[in-house]
Design a protein around this ligand. Structure first.
Ligand code: C2E
Ligand code: MG
Ligand code: MG
Ligand code: MG
Length: 280
C-alpha cells in the first residue's frame, strides 16, 4: 500500500509539474501578444538622495495587465519572459519606451532600466542602446542600466567588453540586487560599476536582523572604499533612512520614498519641479 501511495504521489507530482510547465508556456505566448497589443506599461519608482531627500531619478519597472488575469507581477512574468525568450523584445520595448518618455520631462533626472542576462547573450545590446539613444535623443548620462551579477557569470570577458562599450557611450552601469548572488566581490574587481544597489532583502530587515544590518553597513563601507556610489533599495521605514544616513549611504529607494507608479503620479516633481531645466 505504501508503495502504491508513493507511486501515486509521484504521478500526482509529475502531473502538477507538467501543468505548471504548460501554464508558463501559455503565459509566455500571452506575453508576446501583450507586447503587440500594448498591454505592457511602465511604472517609475523614485530614487532620492539620502542626505537631502531630493529626487535624483527613477527606476523603470515593467507592468503587465493581462486581459483575463489582470495584473501579473514581474516576479512571475519576468522569469517566464526569460524562459520563452520574450525578454529580448520586452527589454528592447522597455528601453525605447523609457528613453522616449524621459525626453518629455522638463526635469533632466536619471532613468534606470533593468537589463536581463539574455539581453546580453541573445541580442546586440550595444547596438540596441545606440539605436535608442539616437532615435530618442536622450542624454546618455541620464540613462542607467541595472544588471545583476548573473550577467557576469557566463562569459565574463564578453560581458565586461559589452559593459565597457556601454560605459564609453556615457551610460551608467549599476550592479543590482547586490549581496544575493554568488561571488560578488570578484565582480567588483573585474568591472568598474558606476553604482552598487544593496538588495532590499537586507535593507528591509535592518531593524529586525543584526546580520542584515551588518551586511548593509558592510556593503556601504565597501562601496565607499571603492569610491562607488551606493543605493539602498527597499527603504520602508524612517529608521532605515536614519541608519543609512549615519553609515554614509548615498541614495535610497523604497515604498517610504515612493511606490512604483505611472509617471503622472510624480507629475508635480517631474513636470512642475522648480529645479526643472527649461525645455529648449
Ligand atoms: P528590481 O530591479 O530589484 O526592482 C526592485 C523591486 O523592488 C521592484 O519590484 C519594486 O517594486 C520593489 N520595491 C521597491 N521598493 C520596495 C519596498 O520598499 N518594499 C518592497 N517590498 N518592495 C519594494 P517589481 O516591480 O515587482 O520587480 C521585481 C523584479 O522584476 C525587479 O527587481 C527586476 O529584477 C524585474 N523587472 C522588473 N521590470 C523589469 C524589466 O523591465 N526588465 C527586466 N529584465 N527585469 C525587470
Ligand atoms: Mg532594478
Ligand atoms: Mg534590485
Ligand atoms: Mg531585487
Amino acid at each position: 500500500r505504501s508503495k502504491d501511495g508513493g507511486r501515486n504521489r509521484h504521478t500526482f507530482y509529475e502531473a502538477r509539474m507538467e501543468e505548471e510547465r504548460r501554464a508558463r508556456q501559455v503565459l509566455g505566448v500571452d506575453l508576446r501578444n501583450a507586447l503587440r497589443a500594448g498591454d505592457l506599461h511602465v511604472h517609475f519608482q523614485p530614487v532620492a538622495d539620502v542626505g537631502t531627500g531630493s529626487l535624483l531619478g527613477f527606476e523603470a519597472l515593467a507592468r503587465w495587465t493581462h486581459p483575463e488575469r489582470g495584473v501579473v507581477p514581474p516576479g512571475l512574468f519576468i522569469p517566464v519572459a526569460e524562459e520563452s525568450g520574450a525578454i529580448v523584445d520586452l527589454g528592447e520595448w522597455m528601453l525605447e519606451t523609457v528613453c522616449q518618455e524621459a525626453t518629455r520631462w522638463p526635469l533632466a533626472c536619471t532613468v534606470a532600466v533593468n537589463i536581463s542576462v539574455m539581453q546580453f547573450e541573445k541580442s546586440d545590446l550595444v547596438a540596441q542602446v545606440d539605436g535608442v539613444l539616437e532615435r530618442t535623443g536622450l542624454d546618455p548620462a541620464r540613462l542607467e542600466l541595472e544588471i545583476t551579477e548573473s550577467v557576469l557569470i557566463h562569459d565574463t570577458d564578453y560581458a565586461v567588453e559589452v559593459l565597457n562599450r556601454l560605459k564609453a557611450r556615457g551610460v551608467r552601469i549599476v550592479l543590482d540586487d547586490f549581496g544575493t548572488g554568488y561571488s560578488s566581490l570578484s565582480y567588483l574587481k573585474r568591472f568598474p560599476f558606476d553604482k552598487i544597489k544593496i538588495d532590499r532583502s537586507f535593507v528591509s530587515e535592518i531593524g529586525d536582523s543584526q546580520q542584515s544590518a551588518a551586511i548593509v553597513r558592510g556593503v556601504i563601507g565597501l562601496a565607499r572604499g571603492l569610491g562607488v556610489p551606493v543605493v539602498a533599495e527597499g527603504v520602508e521605514q524612517a529608521a532605515h533612512v536614519d541608519m543609512l544616513r549615519e553609515e554614509g549611504c548615498d541614495q535610497m529607494q523604497g515604498y517610504l520614498i515612493g511606490r512604483p507608479a505611472p509617471i503622472e503620479d510624480y507629475g508635480d516633481l517631474v513636470f512642475d519641479h522648480p529645479m526643472a531645466a527649461q525645455p529648449e
